[in-house]
Every structure is written in structure tokens, then in C-alpha cells.
Design a protein around this ligand. Structure first.
Ligand code: G3P
Ligand code: CA
Length: 269
């Protein structure tokens, strides 16, 4: 009798796994294609040239980084200084919008991009919010008091926060900033960015704590493995992986049932 029960239990377990596997496969989705800082592999990042190139390559979303000038204007730029990607020098938070707009943000990449400007967030939204999805990163928000309020206001002004316009995701490495943003605009999905912090794995405690404000957990590609993706999804999150720079990265990610891929070369996948 004991054997019969054991065999019965085994059959139930195997069938359950099989059904689960089949369901998982049938739910397999095509990840959304997200252009990193536009198409940063081909054009100077976070410029109109880069965004237009990404759209030409068929992205579903544009990823950008948002920071704030000395006079409180939101601009689209990755680094907290202008040194690497313009002909100027200094911290974004110490420069006025006028000073920022006088900079050349294209020549460092290639002379043919001379004259590209650092876009304001407002200009960016005016041109792209109606044509593509947007993955907005609050970059180093601890440097910019109340940046969450300013970003939220820009979105609200254009009606981009309502449920029907569900093509905007806000992400950051800064958990406190994300919580503040979620409190301001709970209808916008939030993504927690994860990179290698020296800690071997994202703890279950962390994953549980994200669930009160986030819909996405977005790890760096170097952290990705089957188990991590399973744990993220098991906790009810979607996941977007960043940043694909090589064809081999695309191959790796094809093994996983993920929601989005951020790439400098959006034509790779
Ligand atoms: O989309 C995530 C990715 O952009 C985060 O890294 O340094 O490129 O802003 P970073
Ligand atoms: Ca970014």
C-alpha cells in the first residue's frame, strides 16, 4: 500500500511539473526592444540623433537618464558631470540650463554629430512621448532634491500618468527616490535597477520589500541566470535586462522568458 501511495505521489508530481512547463512555454513572450540612451552604440547617447536612430531601428521603448540643472531644469544626460559627453566641464547641478544648452554633445562621439545638444526632459517628452514607450531613469536623484516632483509634474502636464497611457516606466538604483515617485504617481510602473554590489544574490528580503512600490526588477546582464529570473518572477515582478552590447548577450537572453532588453545596438535582436 505504501508503494502504491509513493508511486501515485510521483505521478502527480511529474504531471504537475510537465503541465507547469507547458504553461510556461505557452506564456513565453517576445521581450520589448529598448534603445539604451537611444541607440548609444551608433550615435552620441541621449541626443535627438540617438533617439531618432533607435526609432529607425524599430525600438518599442527609448531609455533615458534624467538629471537636474542648477536652476532646477530637467535635462537628459547620463553622467552627473558634462565632462565625458560634451565639450564642457563641470557638474550638471552647478550649471544653468543656458550653460548646458550652449554645449556640444555630439562631437566627442564623431565630428559628424557636431551641434547635437543635451535635450531638456520637456523637449524629449514633446517629441517622443506620443510615438514610443519610455523607460525613464532617475539618475543619482539624491543629488537633486525633489526631482521626483518635477518629473511627475512634466508627465501629469501631458496626461502621461493615466492608466490608458501605459507606455511609461520609471526606474532607478535609488530605492527611496522610487518610493517617493510611486507615492506621487502610483499609476506609473516602477522598476528597481540592480547591479553587482558585491553581494552574491538579491535577497528574498529585498524582493519582498520591493513589492510595495515596484512592478519591475531589472538586473544588469552580468547578474542574470535562470534562477534569478525565476526568483524575480516568482515574486510577481516583470523584468527588463540591461545592457546588451554583444551578439552573445542576445543569445544568452534568448534562453529566458523576460519582458524587455535594453541595448546600445537595438538591431541585434
Ligand atoms: O536601463 C538600465 C541602464 O541604463 C542602467 O545603467 O549606467 O546605463 O544608466 P546606465
Ligand atoms: Ca540609464
Amino acid at each position: 500500500m505504501k508503494n502504491v501511495v509513493t508511486i501515485f505521489m510521483l505521478i502527480v508530481m511529474v504531471s504537475f511539473r510537465l503541465i507547469k512547463g507547458l504553461t510556461r512555454n505557452s506564456e513565453r513572450q517576445i521581450p520589448i526592444k529598448i534603445g539604451h540612451r537611444g541607440a548609444a552604440g551608433y550615435c552620441p547617447e541621449n541626443t535627438f540623433a540617438s533617439f531618432n536612430k533607435a526609432l529607425e531601428l524599430g525600438v518599442d521603448y527609448l531609455e533615458i537618464d534624467i538629471q537636474m540643472t542648477k536652476d532646477g531644469e530637467l535635462v537628459v544626460l547620463h553622467d552627473p558631470t558634462v565632462n565625458r559627453t560634451t565639450n564642457g566641464k563641470g557638474k550638471v547641478k552647478d550649471l544653468t540650463l543656458k550653460e548646458i544648452q550652449a554645449l556640444d554633445a555630439g562631437s566627442w562621439f564623431h565630428p559628424k554629430f557636431k551641434g547635437e545638444k543635451i535635450p531638456t526632459f520637456s523637449e524629449f517628452l514633446d517629441v517622443y512621448a506620443s510615438v514610443t514607450g519610455l523607460l525613464l531613469e532617475l539618475k543619482k536623484p539624491s543629488l537633486y532634491p525633489e526631482i521626483e516632483i518635477k518629473v511627475a509634474k512634466e508627465l501629469m502636464k501631458r496626461g502621461l500618468h493615466s492608466g490608458e497611457n501605459n507606455h511609461i516606466i520609471v526606474q532607478s538604483f535609488d530605492i527611496n527616490s522610487l518610493k517617493r515617485f510611486h507615492h506621487l504617481l502610483p499609476s506609473i510602473p516602477i522598476g528597481v535597477l540592480i547591479k553587482n554590489t558585491g553581494v552574491k544574490r538579491i535577497s528574498t528580503k529585498d524582493l519582498n520589500s520591493f513589492s510595495s512600490f515596484a512592478s519591475y526588477v531589472n538586473p544588469k546582464i552580468t547578474l542574470v541566470n535562470k534562477r534569478l529570473i525565476r526568483r524575480i518572477q516568482h515574486h510577481g515582478f516583470k523584468t527588463i535586462i540591461w545592457t546588451v552590447k554583444k551578439n552573445s548577450d542576445v543569445k544568452l537572453l534568448k534562453q529566458f522568458n523576460i519582458n524587455g532588453i535594453v541595448s546600445d545596438y537595438p538591431d541585434y535582436f
